[in-house]
Design a protein around this ligand. Structure first.
Ligand code: SAM
Length: 250
């Protein structure tokens, strides 16, 4: 595998950022594919806020979340216990080597992971292995070519491009959205279907600080400052384009 490193890391800031998500807000594209008794794998589940919503959508089934971040698995387990949701389990594992038998899941869901992977098709092949024939995969990732920033500013555009370059140097691709369909086909999935939506962050400060912190850590403080300055504008908007793709294992 080529060099791969997870750009956001597992800081409190990054974990809090992921915890804002729910199945309702970020997984809706997959809702119509779920039946109440399904066994669902959530790959790269992070702190598990989306997994908990999936578990509620399959009350007679089960959800297995996996993530390579130990701290994420701990948070996910704690939150499941706190919410009293019992049909969900969290396990530390790599998406390239899933510790499950072949054909053991009805559905595989994967939100905001593919853009961090250097070998996304290898991961999709592994998803296919654990899916039963006729099972459906759903993946969703951003495409920064669709990002809309207001007010527009060359400095902030430059800073966002630097962030995308940083993620690329870590093996990922923040412009992967438009490639998801091709990657599903390369991994042998059929009936591939794509869709896209915008997420308009309710607080520009939150997304700006998330990106700026990582630019600081990567020793690009001037770009971190550009983002922070831009976010102070009273009429700012950060609209992110998410592409979702589904496919069936034949
Ligand atoms: C951006 S977060 C998304 C979390 C959650 N799915 C969500 O959308 O809120 C990506 C997650 O993928 C995990 N991850 C990154 N690379 C991974 C790999 N190779 N195998 C397993 N998990 C990985 C990270 O630890 C992180 O928790």
């Amino acid at each position: 595998m080529s060099q791969e490193s997870y750009t956001p890391g597992h800081t409190e800031n990054a974990t809090d950022f992921m915890l804002q998500r729910s199945f309702e807000s970020h997984g809706r594209f997959f809702a119509s594919h779920l039946e109440e008794s399904h066994a669902v794998l959530d790959v790269g589940c992070g702190p598990g806020s989306i997994s908990l919503g999936i578990a509620e959508a399959v009350p007679a089934g089960r959800v297995q979340g996996i993530d390579f971040g130990e701290s994420q698995i701990e948070v996910a387990r704690r939150n499941a216990k706190h919410a009293g949701i019992n049909n969900v389990e969290f396990t530390q594992a790599s998406c390239y080597e899933l510790p499950f038998e072949s054909n053991s899941f009805d559905r595989v869901f994967c939100h905001a992971l593919m853009e961090h992977l250097s070998e996304p098709v290898d991961a999709l092949n592994e998803f296919s292995r654990v899916l039963r024939p006729g099972g459906i995969v759903g993946v969703c990732s951003p495409d920064f070519d669709g990002t809309l920033l207001a007010p527009s500013s060359p400095d902030v555009t430059n800073a966002i491009n630097k962030y995308a370059t940083l993620q690329k140097s870590n093996g990922g691709n923040l412009r992967i959205g438009k490639k998801l369909g091709d990657y599903l086909i390369a991994a042998g999935f059929c009936d591939v279907s794509l869709s896209a939506r915008y997420e308009c962050y309710p607080s520009v400060d939150f997304i700006s600080e998330y990106l700026a912190k990582q630019l600081d850590l990567a020793r690009m403080p001037e770009h971190a400052t550009s983002i922070r300055k831009w976010s102070n504008s009273p009429a700012s908007m950060f609209a992110q384009c998410w592409v979702s793709a589904t496919g069936m294992k034949s």
